[in-house]
Design a protein. Structure first.
Length: 552
C-alpha cells in the first residue's frame, strides 16, 4: 500500500470536508439499507478502455487487492478504494465477490475511512475455531486484519474487524489497534492459520527497513513478534504487501516449498513498482531462504535507501520477479481455498505507481489482473514461480480460430480472413528459434504504431514494447519496453496472450515468465500482424478465441 499524501489544508476546509463526507456516507448507507442499487449495478461497462474480463470498480480509484478469502462458495475481493474520487486518497475497502473467478458481483463498501484513520491494505481469514470469540450461532466469523493509517500523525498500526453475515457488514473491533510498534511505516498485514503450531501467523511489511516482520497470535487480538526477514533481493524501493504460503512443486508428488512475496514501490526491472518473491522454508517462527536465492547480507539500508558497505552507493538489484511487465503490483493470494480444489490462486493490481493516478480512463481508474494459478518448477537455476490463468476463464471463450503454422505471409492472410481484432482476445502461438532477428506479434496496430510482443533471439529475451502505441501523453514515464530472459535460445517459445481493452498479459512457456502491460489504443487501433526478419519466417501453430464479456 503506497502512501500518497496531500498537503496540509486549512482547518475550516478540513471540517467542511468531514461534514460533507459524513452526510454523503449517511446517505449512501440509507440507500444501501433501503435496497436501492449500488452505483456499480447501474454501470454499463462499455466506456472506452473498459476491460471486459478483468475486474474493475464501476467508478473511482482502486489499487491494492485486499482481504482475499474464500468462504461459503464465494471468493471475496476487497480492494483499496477512494469513495470520493478517481485519484488516490480517503482509502477505504471496496468489496466484490465471485463464485467462478470470472463473473463479479459488486457489494457495498466494507470499511470506510473514519476518525482520521484510513483503511490501508490487509487480509481476511475465516476463524473456523472462533478463536477471536467474534462468531455467533455456532458459525465462524470472517475477520479482516488491516492497517490503520493515521492522517493526523505519523503512525500506522494494525486493526481488525469482523463479520457474521458472509462479509456483507463489518464491525470494527473496539480494542483496536491490536498491534502497534509506534512506526510511521508499518503496514499490509497478511494473516493465516498455521496448523503445525496451532496459531495464527502474520507477515507485516516494514517498508523503510526493507523487512517483513512475522508475528503469532492465539486469537487474532494479541500478537507476539517472532522474527524478521530482510533486507534481501530487490531493496531499492520500499517493501509492501507481503504474502506467505506453501506452494507445490510441479511433478514432485505433492512436495511443497514456502514462498514469500514482497512487492516493491520502485526499482522493478521495467521501472517503477513491481513484485518479487523468495523461495524457502517457514517453520512457524521464521522464513529461511533456499541456498542460491538472492541475498543482501553485505548491504545496509540507511534512511530508506539501499547502500553498499564498500561504496555507500545505491546497490544493484538481484531478485526473482513474479512479473517482468510494468503493470503488476501488490499481488496477494486467496486464503481458505478448499483443499479439494488444491490451487493457490492470486491476482495483482494492473498499474504502476509512476503513473497510476493519470491513466486516461473514466469514470473508474485501475483494473486487476486475471486470477492466476501458481506453482513452482525446478529449473537449472533453482525453483521458479509458474503462473497460468485460472481454467475458469475458458468459460468466456467464444469463436475458436486455428492456424496450423506457416510463413508470416500466410499467417497474416489467416488473421485477415478470420477478422481477428485485439478487443477481447485469448491467443497462444509458438515460435521456432532463429539465428538472428526479432519475431512476434503486433497488437493494437495502426498507421501510428502498435504494441509489440516479440522475441529477440540474439539477446535471448521476450519483450513487450508499447513505446509507439495509443495514448502516451498523459505521463512521460508511460512509454517504454519491458523484457524477460528466455531460459533457452535453442528451444521453441510458446506465448499465451490475454488481450483486453487496455491491457495485455503475456505468459511465456507455460507460465515460466509473465509480462503484464497496460496500453491505451484508440478505438480504431485493433489490428493484429505477425512480424519477423523474413517474409518466409515460420509462425505457429496459433490458436485464438474471442472472449465474451464477463459484465454483460
Amino acid at each position: 500500500m503506497n502512501s500518497q499524501h496531500n498537503g496540509n489544508k486549512p482547518t475550516r476546509i478540513r471540517i467542511i470536508e468531514r461534514l460533507v463526507r459524513a452526510v454523503v456516507g449517511w446517505a449512501l448507507a440509507v440507500v444501501f439499507c433501503a435496497g436501492f442499487p449500488t452505483p456499480a449495478e447501474a454501470a454499463d461497462y462499455s466506456e472506452p478502455f473498459r476491460p471486459q474480463f478483468h475486474f474493475t470498480p464501476a467508478t473511482n480509484w482502486m489499487n491494492d487487492p485486499n482481504g482475499m478469502v474464500y468462504y461459503a462458495g464465494e471468493y471475496h475481493l476487497f480492494y483499496q478504494f477512494n469513495p470520493w474520487g478517481d485519484k488516490w486518497g480517503h482509502m477505504s475497502w471496496g468489496h466484490a465477490v465471485t463464485k467462478d473467478l470470472v463473473h463479479w458481483e459488486h457489494l457495498p463498501i466494507a470499511l470506510y475511512e473514519e476518525n482520521d484513520v484510513m483503511i490501508f491494505s490487509g487480509s481476511a481469514v475465516v476463524d473456523w475455531k472462533n478463536t477471536s470469540g467474534f462468531g455467533r450461532d455456532g458459525k465462524p466469523p470472517l475477520v479482516a486484519i488491516y492497517t490503520g493509517h493515521h492522517t493526523k500523525k505519523p503512525l500506522q498500526n494494525q486493526h481488525i474487524a469482523y463479520s457474521n453475515d458472509r462479509g456483507r457488514t463489518w464491525t470494527k473491533y473496539p480494542g483496536n489497534p491490536v498491534l502497534d510498534i509506534g512506526a510511521k511505516d508499518f503496514r499490509d498485514p497478511k494473516a493465516q492459520w498455521h496448523e503445525p503450531t496451532k496459531r495464527w501467523v502474520m507477515a507485516v511489511s516494514w517498508p523503510l527497513e526493507r523487512k517483513v516482520r512475522f508475528y503469532a497470535s492465539p486469537n487474532l487480538k494479541e500478537w507476539t513478534h517472532l522474527s524478521d526477514f530482510g533486507p534481501a533481493g530487490a531493496i531499492q524501493g520500499i517493501w509492501e504487501c507481503p504474502d506467505l504460503f506453501p506452494l507445490r512443486i510441479e511433478g514432485k508428488g505433492g512436495l511443497e516449498k514456502w514462498v514469500l512475496i514482497v512487492n516493491v514501490g520502485s526499482g522493478a526491472p521495467a521501472g517503477g513498482s513491481g513484485c518479487q518473491y523468495f523461495v524457502g522454508n517457514f517453520d512457524g517462527q521464521r522464513f529461511t531462504l533456499d541456498p542460491g536465492s538472492p541475498k543482501r547480507e553485505s548491504e545496509l539500508v540507511s534512511q530508506g535507501k539501499a547502500l553498499s558497505q564498500a561504496s555507500a552507493r545505491p546497490a544493484a538489484e538481484a531478485a526473482l520477479w513474479a512479473d517482468w511487465g510494468r503493470d503488476f503490483y501488490a499481488a496477494v493470494s486467496w486464503n481458505d481455498v478448499p483443499k479439494r480444489d488444491g490451487r493457490r490462486i492470486w491476482l495483482g493490481w494492473m498499474s504502476n505507481w509512476e503513473y497510476a493516478n493519470d491513466v486516461p480512463t473514466a469514470p473508474w481508474r485501475s483494473a486487476m489482473s486475471v486470477p492466476r494459478e501458481l506453482a513452482l518448477r525446478e529449473t537449472p537455476d533453482g525453483l521458479r514461480l509458474l503462473q497460468r490463468p485460472v481454467r475458469e476463464l475458458g468459460t468466456l471463450r467464444g469463436r475458436h480460430h486455428r492456424f496450423g503454422g506457416g510463413a508470416i505471409t500466410e499467417a497474416n492472410s489467416w488473421l485477415r480472413e478470420q477478422a481477428l481484432r485485439g478487443d477481447s482476445l485469448e491467443m497462444t502461438l509458438e515460435l521456432d528459434p532463429l539465428a538472428k532477428g526479432d519475431q512476434g506479434l503486433k497488437l493494437f496496430l495502426s498507421s501510428q504504431g502498435a504494441t509489440v510482443v516479440g522475441v529477440n533471439w540474439e539477446q535471448g529475451e521476450v519483450y513487450v514494447d508499447r513505446a509507439r502505441s495509443g495514448s502516451q501523453a498523459f505521463h512521460p514515464k508511460f512509454p517504454g519496453r519491458a523484457s524477460a530472459r528466455l531460459p533457452s535460445r535453442e528451444r521453441r517459445v510458446k506465448l499465451h496472450l490475454l488481450v483486453d481493452a487496455c491491457s495485455l498479459e503475456v505468459m511465456v512457456n507455460d507460465g515460466e515468465q509473465a509480462l503484464t502491460t497496460l496500453t491505451f489504443p484508440a478505438a480504431a487501433e485493433r489490428g493484429l500482424e505477425f512480424f519477423g526478419p523474413q517474409t518466409d519466417t515460420r509462425v505457429g501453430p496459433v490458436e485464438a478465441w474471442d472472449l465474451k464479456s464477463a459484465w454483460k
